[in-house]
Design a protein around this ligand. Structure first.
Ligand code: MIC
Ligand code: SF4
Length: 639
């Protein structure tokens, strides 16, 4: 039987396990990336594990999230990451060089390789035909140390694209269409593999918009084959030598095929507050817009900005609109500056930020009260923009630029502009902002600022676990709910005690105080708990607050792994209807927890009014981690 691209890459990297959907497989990791908001923790963990030099082919530490330096904290963390990278064999991408996913795609990614990144949008690299997966910082630290990465062998879904996009319809509309059809849980346990005639007309950066936002499907990753389009991109990046062709076998078998005719697509938008709340721009058009933001790791490419510049050239942004740009990389910004497109954008009234995440993670540019913000980003979760009352719509750069001029959500298909722009034959590729690791690592002194505080460690599981329900939350709670990130909080990513005061506050402002008062407890949740970011702070902070287990209808993949790594037990309801039976401050008891968990049977949970059954769906290794209080304890005992 033939293999999909996903299966070919997993097979070549298989260290342990059987490639059957649902079974655990461990794979060798060739490349890693970290960014600064998850990176401090990852490198503290690397140091704690006593790893001297990284064992990967290439590991890169990016500074792209915490760019505002309102106090010393971010600058201190940048220094820590730069020095710890130099000491341990990691390349360092300076602030200003761009967003990790885009720079990795441009400068380091290679077909057929595996990449593990401490950021949920790491699958962006799948645009090059690599298996690129997001994970918690601790898992990335282990991979840097040469350890294999374990996943549940995914099902491979074929998204078969036919036809050609019409002008003004672009890659963002393709992934919004996939989200419209499959929803934010549609990719759970799956890899989305794109095939079909339609992919031939999509350049690598356009493919990257699609693989990037596959994270919003909950997918393990997304990828495209490595073909002539991939070759042309790598050549234009001066890296043709890393290209190799990787196509699915002719008789590859997919679990499911989803057909999309690109010619039939129209501009789409995701309405507040979920990326799968998709409607056509035509039917939503006319709502008044206050802010337009173009950029991020989803739509921060050369083509994205060139199209926006074409639309805005000679025009002026509407008086009531603030247009803000956050380019994906220095390469993109340089090229726009060199060819004059940046001047067109500035002349039209755009506010230009440095290449980085910026407003996508609430680092500045928070919208006004009740404002409507159109963003070319990938997430419109409640509160993520920094303004709880803001209404964020996710759109393509074409829709964003058209609306910036009119001041209302505007269908770009109503424009009369020629948007034919070729991908460059040569990109402005320069690696002068990438600092190689030190040739004399023993001489490097790692600089630690006062903002860096020790992180909490779990304790071995013993006896009965008796905990009160601290909070009961609904479906699709994101890590932005559990551990909010914004300009005020991001500087404290290496300070868990401070972050603890904000845990789950978007759901209940009293949660941190209650958790402290009760000396910890447990969390009851609906479906897809922990969707979104890879931030392990959404597990470490609850651990710090004494949360022992989460009982949910289901979990998002990365968050579940982060809970296990922290020693917090992720239980699911055997009968989801039992969710309705539980209330706040109810006392839940798991009698003789180690024995029950290890039995492999259903776990009986005593409640105030009876018992309910829960499932623990973990591998043997994960069970061992839970029993000894998390991955670090497990590593210490096993390595
Ligand atoms: C995000 O887009 O939510 C982030 C910020 O990039 C996160 C990482 C983080 O929380 O630091 C992610 O996607 O993993
Ligand atoms: Fe940065 Fe936004 Fe991309 Fe996360 S989604 S890496 S915050 S640009």
């Amino acid at each position: 039987m033939g293999l999909t691209v996903t299966e070919q890459i997993i097979k070549q990297h298989l260290v342990f396990g059987t490639m059957e959907p649902g079974r655990e497989v461990s794979i060798k990791i060739d490349q890693t990336l970290t960014q600064d908001s998850t990176g401090t923790m990852a490198y503290l963990q690397l140091e704690a594990m006593g790893i001297d030099q990284v064992k990967t082919e290439r590991s890169v530490a990016y500074i792209d999230h915490n760019m505002l330096q309102a106090g010393f904290e971010n600058a201190d963390d940048h220094k820590y990451i730069q020095t710890v990278a130099a000491k341990h064999g990691v390349y360092f991408s300076k602030p200003g060089n761009g967003i990790c996913h885009q720079v990795q795609l441009e400068r380091f990614g290679a077909p057929g390789k595996t990449l593990l990144g401490s950021d949920s949008h790491t699958p962006t690299g799948g645009a090059l035909g690599m298996l690129a997966i997001g994970a918690g910082g601790l898992d990335v630290a282990v991979a840097m140390g040469g350890g294999a990465y374990s996943i549940v062998m995914p099902e491979v879904v074929n998204i078969r694209l036919t036809g050609k996009l019409r002008p003004f319809v672009s890659a963002k509309d393709i992934i919004l269409e996939v989200l419209r059809r499959l929803g934010v849980k549609g990719g759970v346990g799956r890899v989305m593999e794109y095939t079909g005639e339609g992919i031939k007309n999509l350049s690598v950066p356009e493919r990257a918009t699609i693989t990037n936002m596959g994270a919003e499907l909950g997918a393990t990753t997304s990828l495209f084959p490595s073909d002539d389009v991939t070759k042309a991109f790598l050549k234009a990046q001066g890296r043709e030598e890393v290209w190799r062709e990787i196509l699915p076998d002719a008789d590859a078998v997919y679990a499911l095929t989803v057909d999309i005719n690109l010619a039939e697509l129209t501009p789409l938008c995701a309405a507040p507050h979920s990326p799968d709340n998709v409607a056509t721009v035509a039917e939503t058009a006319g709502i008044k817009v206050d802010q337009v933001a173009i950029g991020s790791c989803t739509n921060g490419s050369y083509l994205d900005f060139m199209r926006a510049a074409r639309i805005l050239k000679g025009k002026t942004v509407h008086p009531d609109v603030s247009l803000v740009l956050s380019p994906g990389s220095k390469q993109v910004l340089t090229m726009l500056a060199e060819n004059g497109a940046l001047a067109d954008l500035i002349a039209a009234g755009a506010r230009v930020l440095e290449a980085g995440c910026g407003p996508c993670i609430g680092m500045g540019q928070a919208p006004a009260t009740n404002a409507v913000s159109l963003r070319t980003f990938n997430r419109n979760f409640f509160g993520r923009s920094g303004t709880d009352s803001a209404q964020v719509y996710l759109v393509s750069p074409e829709t964003a630029a058209a609306s910036a001029i009119t001041g209302v959500l505007t269908d770009p298909e109503t424009l009369d502009v020629d948007l034919t722009i070729a991908e460059p034959a040569e990109f402005a590729a320069a690696d002068n902002l990438i600092v190689p690791p030190s040739a004399n690592p023993t001489e490097v002194e790692v600089v630690r600022g006062p903002n860096i505080k020790p992180f909490p460690l779990g304790v071995a599981l013993t006896g009965d676990v008796v905990e009160n329900v601290l909070i009961k939350v609904e479906d699709n709670i994101t890590t932005d709910h559990i551990m909010p990130s914004n300009a005020a909080l991001l500087p404290y990513r290496s300070n868990i005690p401070h972050l603890a005061n904000f845990c789950l506050v978007p759901c209940d402002p009293d949660f941190p105080a209650r958790a402290k008062e009760q000396n910890g407890g447990c969390i009851i949740a609906g479906d897809n708990y922990g969707q979104g970011s890879s931030r392990e702070h959404a597990a470490l902070v609850p651990l710090y607050l004494g949360v022992r287990f989460v009982l949910a209808k289901s979990f998002a993949r990365i968050h579940k792994a982060n809970l296990i790594n922290s020693g917090i037990i992720p239980l699911t309801f055997a009968d989801p209807a039992d969710y309705d039976r539980l209330g706040p401050l109810e006392r839940l008891t798991i009698a003789d927890a180690p024995t029950q968990l290890a039995s492999g049977n259903l776990v009986t949970v005593q409640t105030d009014s009876g018992t309910i059954e829960a499932k623990l769906d973990v591998t043997d290794k994960e069970l061992a981690m839970l029993l000894c209080g998390g991955k670090i304890n497990w590593l210490k005992a096993n390595l």
